[in-house]
Ligand binder design. Structure first.
Ligand SMILES: [Zn+2]
Length: 79
């Protein structure tokens, strides 16, 4: 009976290997790069005070704004 037991063990190892391979390969497809970096510099809007990521902020003369609309409003009242 030793040979049959060996075949069963081999089959179980093969199935386990397939399961592990599936578990390792499937999350990789869903894994996308994070849209926002946690350590990205945050800019405070001079108009409303909201914090926006540096790449989304509108900058003007060292001031930062969450939107072009707030940049326009701020400049209307401060220049
Ligand atoms: Zn704003």
């Amino acid at each position: 009976m030793g040979l049959i037991r060996l075949l069963i063990i081999a089959a179980l190892i093969y199935i386990a290997w397939r399961v592990v391979k599936n578990l390792l390969s499937s999350p990789r497809q869903a894994d996308r790069p994070a849209p926002k970096q946690q350590n990205e510099l945050m800019r405070k809007c001079a108009q409303c005070g909201v914090h926006v990521p540096d790449h989304e902020a509108f900058s003007h003369n060292g001031k930062h704004f969450c939107s072009q609309e707030h940049q326009r409003l701020y400049l209307e009242h401060h220049e």
